[in-house]
Each structure stands twice: as C-alpha cells, then as structure tokens.
Design a protein around this ligand. Sequence first.
Ligand code: PXG
Length: 288
Amino acid sequence: MKIYIDGEYYAKEDAKISVFDHGLLYGDGVFEGIRVYHSRVFKLREHIERLYFSAKAILLNIPMSEEAMIAAVVDACRQNQLENGYIRLIVTRGAGSLGLSPNSCKHPSVIIIANEIQLYPRELYEKGMEIITAATSRNLVNAINPAIKSLNYLNNILAKIEASHAGCEEAIMLNSDGFVAECTGDNLFILHHGVIYTPPLSSGALHGITRGTVMDLAREAGYTVEERNLTRYDLYIAQECFLTGSGAEIVPVVKIDRRVIGEGAPGKVTRELDERYRALTKVSGEPI
Ligand code: PXG
C-alpha cells in the first residue's frame, strides 16, 4: 500500500505525521470517504466540493486547487492499482504548538489512503439491519455543524458505542428538538404511504453524497421524495426504512428500537433503489 502525504508516497509503515499535528491534538481537520468501483472514482467531484466546503467552514486553507486534488486522488488509486475500494482523504490543520490556536500551524497536511473496503456482512443486506436510537444528541448546528465533515467525530463515535452496546451496527441520532437527523455514519430514509422521506439538512444531517444520488434515482423512478422533519414515531410506523452512505451503500432497516418495520424484511422500494444504485456504480465516475 502506498499512502500519499503532501505530494509524496510512503509505505504503510512509513506513513506518519507529527504528534504536534492539530488533527491529532484537537481533531482539527476535515475528511472524506470515497468509493472506487470498476476503476472509476464514484462521485469524486461531489466529494471534493464537500471537502473544500468543510475546510472553508473551519477556515482551513487547503494548499492545492480542487483540480489538483482530483488529480492527486486519481493518482493515488493508480499507484495502488485500486480497481474497487475505498479512499480516505484527510486534510489536517498541520503541525503546530501545544495550544488551541491554529495560527501556529503553517502547513496543512493532505493525506490520501486508497485501500480495500471493509463492508458490512452480506447477511445484513439480505436480512436487514436492526438499529436503535442513541441517547447522545446530534451536535447543534451552531456548535460543530454536522454539515462539516470534520476530524472531530466524537459525537458520532459516542452514538456508535451505544449501538454496539445494544448489539446493533448503527444508531439513530436525534437533534436537540427531538427530530431524527441521521445515523452515526449514514443518512436515513423512510417510505410512508408510498412517499419517500428523509430529514432535511437543517435537522443536523450530513449532506450525504449517497443521499443526494438516491434522491435523484428515486425521483427518476417516479417516486415523490420529500425532505421533512421526522420523529421516532414516524420511523416506527414506516413501511420501509433504509440507510445510505458511500461505504454502506443502501442498507435495509427492519427493526428500530425493537419495533418491526413494515414486513420485517428488506422492502420492495429499498430493493429497487439498491438495484438502480448498483447499476450506476458500474458506469459512473472519474476514470483511473
Ligand atoms: N452521515 C455521516 C455522519 C457520515 O459521516 C454519511 C452520512 C454518508 O455520506 P456519504 O456522502 O458517504 O453518502 C457519512 C459518511 C464509517 C464512516 O466508518 C462513515 C462515513 C464516513 C467515515 C467513516 O462508518 N460516512
């Protein structure tokens, strides 16, 4: 494995950054998780745009243009002969002194790890996933806005631990008003009376690339898709529920807080959208 750090490639054992990097000291930085399918980087431009938006929101100047970043990601895939896999793209604030101020960090670091992907077990997709609601609320939009894909993921990690303690892979996170935002690393959708609903971004959901893709695919397939504030009750009485994310793709949810969703098996609409999503991954993306 060859890992890109600031324009150079390093073997896995030699890929190291400073212990004074504020990415490590404070979670001060931004990241993306991107898929590669059939030697194409899926939705690369969308991921790069979100990365630069996240960086802008935290006043982090990425030391290269978006076009140069796209070229670097594609090159990292080539160097690793990656036909199918996962890219973790990270920009840290860089090395500085032991103080919160980012002023001491003169050079942000760009890291690209192009690797195999750790998928959820196949069984989860066939049988559907059981999830719970976490007690940990989503960060306030006026605190660390969840729209920023920052290296500070403790809010999500705390909810993920709750999921794990409950024997689940994922947990739903509510915002401070009690509305559903999303899961710890995936956006959430439901089907109710034939209409597809997902929480609006103002709920504290990440502007998921898969979320956007699935909304487009669903509309193309003739479904009405609405962004609406959802309560846990709305989820419990849904006909279908599924999660979306670059890593997880489309995951059917069959149980929420011990309530069976719909028929208790992956729903028809979920399966249809999954098929359309798979078809898209076969043909779309930045060629390597
Ligand atoms: N919500 C959150 C909070 C995320 O971090 C998504 C939704 C899905 O977004 P995309 O753009 O991928 O459709 C994400 C991104 C993990 C992991 O290990 C997951 C993400 C990022 C990093 C790690 O589960 N998902």
